[in-house]
Design a protein around this ligand. Structure first.
Ligand SMILES: *Cc1c(COP(=O)(O)O)cnc(C)c1O
Length: 316
């Protein structure tokens, strides 16, 4: 039975009066924050886990939303899960992973080392490695966001880390023969691996991630995401951490939803005038009326963290 093997939900689809008013376009939110595990990652990762449901174990190296999605999926499928997390991972996330029954291994100082150890463990144990963004099953699962839309939008806005969400969105648009719908691909200045790659005409590796949007912190954009910028109208776009923090606060007031910096990046372009600015100079954005905003969600945020970020940027 196919239906029982879908572990993600058809996320709520809701018009935002506040964002429409702020941006001058009609904004429809796909509320991926409502997914089990708290972000859109449930879509791609659960889809990949279902495809490998007879395997002995899933292994993921993520101290963030990918790990949470893998832990949730394994629990639902009755497959044990090991999550390798870097030392920087917060107790908040480790507790959540353990609540889902996952084995948590402190796998290294930074993500790269942690991932190396995860891959070694996969080799030794015959487990299935669940990547955060670079796999066709991940993109196929993420493409379901677009499959659920009732009608064709003029623009889709999403955040970009490694680009798995964006690849899924483009796949979904192409499947519906909406190839001409542009995607506004938003990063922060300190996590701009897609933006830099498009400027350079090739994948580049950032020396460091210097943004509070750590969930967007892929130092190198995924290959597929970079390749798609050549075949699909993808518009890379950057916002500041300061605007991200203002946006988390404003969006909480307006929609009563608390999102991670990674998610707020794509919402910020509707509050800070960036979309209007781009539309005045980019012919692909000339006649945009209806926008789908993917509210990608994320568990790495609390009121206390928001308070600290506001202090950091002197925001009242
Ligand atoms: C993973 C994640 C992203 C970035 O997704 P990619 O597929 O890596 O581009 C953005 N926002 C949230 C909340 C995430 O968990």
């Amino acid at each position: 039975n196919m239906a029982s093997e879908t572990l993600y939900i058809a996320a709520p689809y809701k018009h935002s009066r506040a964002l429409s008013k702020a941006s001058g376009v009609e904004v429809w939110m796909k509320l991926e924050n409502c997914q089990p595990s708290g972000s859109f990652k449930t879509r791609g990762i659960s889809h990949m886990c279902v495809k490998h449901k007879n395997s002995p174990r899933f292994v993921c190296s993520s101290g963030g939303n990918a790990g949470l999605a893998a832990a949730y999926s394994g629990k639902q499928l009755g497959v044990p899960v090991t999550i390798f997390v870097p030392l920087t991972t917060t107790q908040l996330v480790i507790d959540k992973l353990k609540d889902e029954g996952a084995d948590v291994v402190r796998g290294g100082a930074a993500w790269d080392e942690c991932n190396q150890n995860a891959l070694k463990f996969v080799e030794e144990t015959g487990s299935v490695y669940i990547p955060p963004f670079e796999h066709p099953y991940i993109w196929e699962g993420n493409s379901s966001i677009i499959a659920e839309l009732d009608s064709k939008p003029d623009l889709v806005i999403c955040s970009v880390g490694g680009g798995g969400l964006m690849c899924g969105i483009v796949e979904g648009l192409v499947k519906r023969k909406w190839d001409d719908v542009p995607v506004l691909a938003v990063e922060t200045h300190g996590s701009n691996s897609l933006y830099q790659a498009v400027q350079a005409g090739k994948q580049v590796t950032l020396p460091a991630i210097t943004s509070i949007a750590i969930t967007l912190g892929a130092k190198t954009i995924g290959k597929q995401a970079f390749e798609l910028t050549k075949s699909h109208p993808i518009i890379p776009c950057l916002v500041s951490d300061e605007d991200v923090v203002k946006t988390i606060s404003q969006f909480l007031d307006d929609e009563k939803i608390l999102v991670e910096p990674a998610c707020a990046a794509s919402i910020a372009v509707l509050y800070n005038g960036k979309l209007k600015e781009l539309a005045s100079s980019n012919p692909k954005l000339g006649n945009v009326k209806k926008v789908v905003l993917v509210v990608c969600g994320g568990s790495g945020v609390t009121i206390e963290m928001l308070k600290n970020w506001k202090q950091m940027f002197n925001i009242k």
